[in-house]
Design a protein around this ligand. Structure first.
Ligand code: ZN
Ligand code: ZN
Length: 214
């Protein structure tokens, strides 16, 4: 049976190749709005696509309604969160014409996420996992952190570590040896619960990123 029919979320909207590139830190950072090869102040959408921060914000401001999230220019999925990608690198290639570029992009990104990143249907939290979990794992080890504060990164690291310890420990709610596949069900359930918790924590953090950084 077709997985896409069983689950009410759309696997086909993901650009898995792009997600994999982002996970490895080898992304091509091409923006399809301005056709620039190297997106400026690149953002990653919750559907796994990359744009310049100012391009996606401009696209949203010129969309039919600014009270609803913009649809992704690549896959048409609603963009309910935008995540900064390696912005410390942008600060190095300073723009003499606009010295406030970094600050302006931060304000725009925080404003967008404050409006749309929380209070989503719970299905959105599940749908974002292939993008969000690799993103947050990469950021745990990134000392520049994309404005994701150390305390938050440590919290995520501890949760993931605790989950890993549970998965490798012999203590299980249902013993694995006894029930085979069903023995693994509790591990899968724990992973899902932890990942959804992380997804909601990231969305909450991004909604308040502006207040936290200032
Ligand atoms: Zn662009
Ligand atoms: Zn998309």
């Amino acid at each position: 049976m077709n997985l896409v029919k069983i689950f009410p979320f759309h696997f086909q909207q993901y650009d898995f190749q792009r997600i994999e590139e982002v996970r490895r830190g080898q992304t091509s950072r091409e923006c399809v709005v301005c056709l620039e090869n190297d997106a400026r102040y690149a953002i990653l959408t919750n559907c796994g696509h990359i744009f310049c921060c100012s391009c996606i914000i401009g696209y949203w401001r010129h969309s039919a309604s600014i009270i609803t999230p913009v649809n992704c220019p690549t896959c048409r999925a609603p963009v309910s969160m935008i995540l900064p990608l390696n912005w410390s690198f942008e600060v190095e290639r300073e723009n003499a014409e606009n010295p406030n570029e970094h600050q302006e992009n931060n304000i725009a990104l925080n404003d967008y996420n404050r409006r749309f990143s929380t209070e989503r249907p719970w299905m959105d939290y599940v749908r974002d996992l292939p993008v969000l979990i690799p993103y947050i794992i990469r950021n745990i080890f990134d000392p520049t952190g994309n404005g994701i504060v150390l305390v938050f990164r440590i919290r995520m690291a501890i949760i993931l570590l605790a989950m890993s310890l549970y998965l490798i420990s012999p203590l299980d709610i249902i013993p694995e040896g006894v029930h085979g596949f069903f023995g693994l069900m509790d591990d899968l359930l724990i992973c899902l619960i932890v990942f959804i918790y992380i997804a909601s924590a990231v969305r909450d953090f991004m909604a308040h990123r502006g207040e936290i950084l200032h």
